[in-house]
Structure formats: C-alpha cells, structure tokens
Design a protein around this ligand. Sequence first.
Ligand SMILES: [Zn+2]
Ligand SMILES: [Zn+2]
Length: 537
Amino acid sequence: MDNPRIADRLDAFASLLELADANSYTVRAYRRAAETIRPAAVPVAELVRAGRVRELRGIGPGIEARLRELVETGEIAELAELERELAPGLVGLGRYLGLGARRSVEIARALDVRTPDELREAAAAGRLRSVPGIGPKTEARILEALAREAEPRPERGLLLNRAWELVEGVATALDGEPAGDVRRWRDSCQLLAVVCAARDPGPVLARFASLPQIVALVEQGERRAVGVTVEGVPIQLVAAEPERVGTALMRATGSLAYVAALEPLPDAPDEPAVYAALGLAWCPPELREEPFRGEPPALVEPDEIRGDLHCHTTWSDGRASVEEMARAARERGYEYVAICDHTPAVGAVRGLTADDVRRQAEEIAAANELLAPFRVLRGIECDILADGRLDLPDDVLAELDWVQASVHGGQRMPRRELTERVEKALRNPYVRCLSHPTGRLINRRPENALDLECVFEVALEAGVALEVNGLPDRLDLRGEHVHDALRAGVQIVCSTDAHSVRGLGNMVLSVRTARRGWATPEHVANTRPLRSIVDGR
Ligand SMILES: [Zn+2]
Ligand SMILES: [Zn+2]
C-alpha cells in the first residue's frame, strides 16, 4: 500500500469522524497525519511494519494502531463501518441541497437508498412524502433543489482558509491549479474550482470522482465535473486541452463579470499568453472582481511585510508566551512584532491592568535581550469603552510602542453613537491603529453601523492607521473598504491578531485582502522599518 493510498484512507476517516460528530481534535489529528504521510519520502507501510511510524511528525499511538490495521488487513474496520452507516455520498449531496447531515441519513434509511442517483430516482417517483417528517412543503423544496443541483453555488460561502485547504488538496492530487473564488482570495468562497491540463480527460475525471474529499458527483460532462464534499460544498473540475489551459484557468478564476467583459477569450496554453493576445497586461487575480482593462499597480507582496503588529500571548487569551511568539515572528523573517494583549473591559477573557502591563514589560525586555536585533514592541489591544474613552489611563498608554484600539462589546450601537465613540478613541494621542473596524464575523455577525467615511477622515487627521485583520473569520477591513480607506489617504496595517504561533501564518490572508483593495507597499505601515513604527507619531 503506497503513501497516497494510506493518506486517502486517513482523510476519508477524518471526514467521516467529523460527520459522526467526533471530537474536532481527533479529526484534525487524522487530517494532519494524512498531510504528513502523503508526501513522505519513505514508504510509510514499511515504517509501520518496522514499528517506527511514530518517528513521523504528528503520529501518536492511536493513529499508529489504525495504520497497523490498515497495512496488515488492507482496511480500517471502523472506517468501513462508518461508510456503511453514514452513506457519505448522500450526506454530501443532502448538505448541498440544504439538509442537515442527520436528516440526510434519516431520509436515506427511510427510502433505503445508498447513492445520490437512487435518491434522485426515489424523489422523482414521489417517495419522499413517505418519509416521516417530510410534508409537501419540504418535498417541494428538495425537488426544487435537486432540479437546480448542477448550479455549483452553496448558500453561504466557505471561510477562505478552509476553502484553500480543500481546493489545494484537490489540485495537488490531480496535478492541477486552484481556481475560482480562492484564487481571487475572496473573503467568503462559493465557487471552488480546479483546472487541469489533459489531452484525454477520462483519467483525471475518474481520479477526481475517487478523491476522498469528493463524496458525490452532481454533474459530469466530457471535460467538466462538479463534485460535492461531505460538507456539501461543490467543487468544479475543468480538464482542458493543453493548448487551452490558460483560457480555462482564466474563466474558472472569474469573476464572471470580469471575464465576461473580456470575452471572447483567445485560446492559449497559459494565462499570460491569453492577456498578451488580448493586448493587456496580466492582472493579479485579486483585482479581477469588476471589469478592468488597465495597467494594474504593483500590489504589496507578503514578503514585503517587516513585522506583525497585533498578536496575543498567554498574558490574555493567547496560547504561547511572549518569547515563543517573538521567536516565531523572527523565524518568519520579521524585524519586529508587537505584543498586543487585551485589557479588562474585553470581558470574556483575561485582560491586562496597568499593573500587568508594567510586569509584562519586564518579560518583553528579557525577550529583547535574547533576540536582538529583532525587536519585541510593547503593545496593547485596548478596549474602546462605551463612551469612547480607552480602557487604560493615558500615562500607561504613553509608555507603549504600539496601541491598537478595539471595539469589542457594544457592536450594535446605532450609527451615530458608535461613530462618535470610535472617533473619540482615534483622537487619543497614543492610539496608532483601529483594530477590525467593522467588527464582522463572517457567516456569524454582520458589520457594525460605523460610518467609515467619517472614521477615515478622523484617522487621516489623527495619523491613525486602520487594520486589515487576517483572522479567517474576520478579514476586516475587507477589500472594498481597504480601497475606500486608501482613496481617503489613510494608511493600513496588515496584522494577524494571532493567538498562537501558528496564527502568525494568517499574514498571507491579511496581505491578500489588502491587495483586493489595491494596496501597494507604500499604503501599508508595516512594510516600513522599525524606526518608522516606533517614531511614527
Ligand atoms: Zn480584538
Ligand atoms: Zn486581538
């Protein structure tokens, strides 16, 4: 049994465990093990037989036992059992049609169907009504969903990090390229796509259908297929002839409006060739939202970021110490990092009092001694109170190198009150940056009522930057708002708001979001050297 095959089975196991509501730590552990095993240089089956598989990163005794079973018997009994019980193909299709996982399994049992095709047949024959709990209304809704099933668009988008993970996994397995919304780094992804070059599309389509991520096919054509994941998310595969891959990639990347305005696209083997044939400069995917034919600006690049100005430690709700975060930031090639823990008003988690801030200073000084010339900045993520005052006295803020001001409680204030509250905070002479300005949580909480035009004006006057928060469920400011901020002349900061060493990796999400707002390095404060950060105001 070769490494990809072993990794596929572990991935499938992870998906089904997730479906069976297993603990998310276990699910992640299996996914990570699959990630380690797939590209491993040594044959993992041999390591298992030699009793040495735990030398691989992330493989503990539990996973070792499953691997031994898989290598010795060719299967994992519990996985086969879960596949029988849960009918992942139907669950994926059910979720795609707007049904919950449990409901899908109930329907499958009641109708005694095992595959998406059998479900379609049963539905067409009017058998859905015989399922307890399905009335004429629900039946009509499912039939309608089945009828428009070939249109690959889920109701709510996937977070960008999860969407990338999915699309990249499929693209790597098929030796193709990620396309669709992820390639444009949309904050919430609905159209996921992978483009492959193939003279003969048969093998790649077959491989696609057999991937562990794809539990059911909802559409299959000669050079195109749409599969759904167990979460019910559709992924489109395009298998283009080699001399047309560039054209296919561009179409699959979108947006629809952007591409439509450039049609008819000439056939070309790569994207730069398509643009050249159109007489246009190549356009970074982040800018392909609205129709555009001009010369794109030199957008900020992730490697131009010199430091992360918003991260947490165990002093508040982070998981790593000051020194661990600082070392990890240094390893990323940064020159500086600002430690910005919470203040008491944040409520739900521990916040730092004036006293804590001064004690933390000693820890930061010690880290600086160890890590020089790398610089750990004394920062804070200071709550903006309901009346616009800050949660720490000015004399404490004055000691710090970097002050982020944040609205946490009271996001639902009416527009005028909230705007005045934030403006007052921005006028505090020590505030350097407004964190996650709109306060949205993607798919969970809408943007607040803040009048951004007014905030931009005050920020410009006061010399305060606005954050592009890189947490995958925030991405706040989003691209459109970044664009407005830059037009108003305001600086932005690309930050991760990391709560762990791993969280520092979200910088790429922040930078890509800034690029969607047309940001060049000059617009981004933390592309500048340390000096300009500490003497900034
Ligand atoms: Zn915050
Ligand atoms: Zn934070």
